[in-house]
Design a protein around this ligand. Structure first.
Ligand code: XMP
Length: 529
């Protein structure tokens, strides 16, 4: 996915906005999420991609400087563009952002022996617009810190609002210039009042209204899609997942039958999902939908393939072939719609400068090759996942789709270690269905990031009634996560696991043993392949 030349041009002029300059913190995206939750449109730019002209054109109401891994005390460390402090706009520096702000405005930052990582407490020693009605003078408040360096002398004009043991200047304010700094991270949930402090910055300090709502976004985006597409024809690859579904319904609302969706069914979906896609999009939303059952082709080409990466590549290649075939059958199209999200678009600041190791190629079956020469329609590229869900609900897409767990593009193929066959996929679907039914009826679905079954290439001995069995084993996996990058095992109680195990062994002929995968990520990955 290629980012646009200037992602700052995406927002509609009617929305007030905040600019977040990223210094490479792991949690910069959370700043944007917290702001958007309080109705504030914002964008994240790398600190070194924000020349004065670009900032002026973006016309923010305020600027936030993120944290980052560098040390202000090192010569080549990143700095905010000078214009940030000359623009007459409110500025909030967070962690590294506070340190560079102080260093750039004439204060001092030093390395410290007293490093603070994790939960810490600050004493509130003063009042400020940033803390108004949230923190009161004299109170002790919990925050989340992660720093080695600290500010040791404030620039002229600043005063202290809160202090901690490791950071005498844990929160600082220069009310005249509307510059604020915090050493802690208000954007993470471990700073319990952090979201309110950020809201004070946007609403009180910057005077913003909070005009970013899904209803407004929907109406504006429909106009934009109409303006972009004109009388052109659009194709959209549906995967049954949240992003492509929301993109399709939104585009359909804008241009009706100029949109055709193509659903390439590789035969490796969960039980009932293909039928649900057809019922939802064709029957309920009246969207033109090509449903191509290509399971014979996919399963045929997967025959004999056992290597996980070869499985992914085979499926990815066939997906593109089939998609192109169907598109040609339609007589071509002018535009390709994609459910690209904002996290895919944010230009990243690399802390190390080096590429990271590829653990899995993560071929996304919804993704199409660059070589497909069509213009892209990407109505979700300003949104985070939770905003896409909110928009989906706004559009009336059923909860079963909007709230659905992530599902990998290659589908069940990477949950069947060894060769994939139709029989194995059918067997796995039965196990998977029981597991998910039980999770839903226990009311646990929304507390879990992903839950699924894996068909193990192992036969084990069992006893049923008076007889010996020699059947396959399966594994169950359920994890919590916020972004799929790290994950924890979901701690089911034993009664639940026993119930699921009993049902699987009794109801699925061919399975006689059930295990629960208790590996976190890292060191495991979420999928088995
Ligand atoms: P892992 O297994 O790497 O998975 O911990 C992290 C997240 O990515 C999903 N996943 C994939 N998604 N194509 C996809 O579209 C893939 O090849 C693929 N492999 C893993 C996985 O389900 C989890 O949400």
């Amino acid at each position: 996915m290629t980012p646009p030349p200037d992602s700052g041009s995406g927002a509609d002029a009617r929305h007030e906005r905040i600019l977040i300059l990223d210094f490479g913190s792991q949690v910069t995206q959370l700043i944007a999420r917290r702001l958007r939750e309080s109705g504030v449109y914002c964008e994240i730019w790398p600190f070194n991609a924000a020349p004065e002209a670009r900032i002026r054109a973006f016309d923010p109401k305020g600027i936030i400087l993120s944290g980052g891994p560098a040390s202000v005390t090192e010569g080549e460390s990143p700095r905010a563009p000078d214009y940030v402090f000359a623009a007459g706009l409110p500025v909030l520096g967070i962690c590294y952002g506070q340190q560079t702000m102080c260093a750039q405005l004439g204060g001092q930052v030093e390395g410290s022996d007293h490093r603070e990582f994790g939960r810490a407490f600050v004493d509130v020693t003063g009042d400020s617009l940033l803390t108004r009605d949230v923190w009161h003078k004299g109170a002790r408040e919990q925050v989340w810190m992660s720093h080695g360096d600290r500010v040791t002398r404030l620039p002229d004009g600043f005063r202290v609002v809160a202090t901690s043991e490791g950071a005498p200047f844990a929160a600082i304010a220069d009310d005249a210039r509307r510059f604020y700094g915090v050493q802690f991270h208000p954007e993470v949930v471990h700073t319990p009042h952090g979201a309110q402090l950020l809201r004070n910055f946007t609403h009180l300090v910057c005077g913003m209204r909070g005009d970013w709502t899904m209803g407004a976004f929907r109406a504006e985006m429909i106009e934009k899609i109409r303006a972009q597409v004109g009388k052109g024809r659009v194709v959209c690859g549906l995967s049954g997942g949240v992003d492509s579904s929301v993109a399709a319904v939104l585009i359909h609302e804008a241009i009706g039958d100029q949109l055709t969706c193509i659903y390439v069914d590789h035969g490796l979906m969960r039980a009932g999902e293909s039928e649900q896609v057809v019922a939802t999009f064709r029957d309920r939303f009246n969207i033109r939908l090509v449903h191509r059952d290509a399971s014979d082709l996919f399963l045929g080409q997967l025959s004999g393939v056992t290597d996980p990466e070869v499985k992914r590549k085979t499926i990815g290649r066939l997906f593109i072939e089939v998609f192109e075939e169907e598109q040609n059958r339609l007589g071509g199209a002018d535009f390709l719609a994609q459910g690209t999200l904002y996290p895919d678009v944010i230009e990243s600041v690399s802390a190390t400068g080096g590429p990271s190791v590829t653990i899995k190629s993560h071929h996304n079956v919804g993704g199409l090759p660059e070589g497909m020469r069509m213009q892209l329609v990407e109505p979700l590229r300003e949104l985070f996942k939770d905003e896409v869900r909110a928009l989906g609900r706004e559009l009336g897409i059923p909860e079963a789709i909007v709230g659905r767990h992530p599902f990998p593009g290659p589908g069940l193929a990477i949950r069947i270690p060894g060769e994939v066959t139709r029989e194995k996929a059918d067997l796995l679907r039965k196990v998977d269905t029981i597991f998910l039914e039980e999770i839903r009826s226990a009311g646990l679905y929304d507390a879990i990031w992903q839950a699924f079954a894996v068909l193990l290439p192992v036969r084990t001995v069992g006893v049923m009634g008076d007889g010996r069995t020699y059947d396959q084993a399966c594994a169950l996996r359920a994890v919590t996560s916020t972004d799929g990058m790290t994950a924890d095992v979901y701690p089911f109680d034993m009664a639940f696991l026993s119930r699921v195990s009993n049902r699987i062994v009794n109801e699925v002929r061919g399975i006689n043993r059930v295990t629960y995968d208790i590996t976190s990520k890292p060191p495991g990955t979420i999928e088995w392949e």
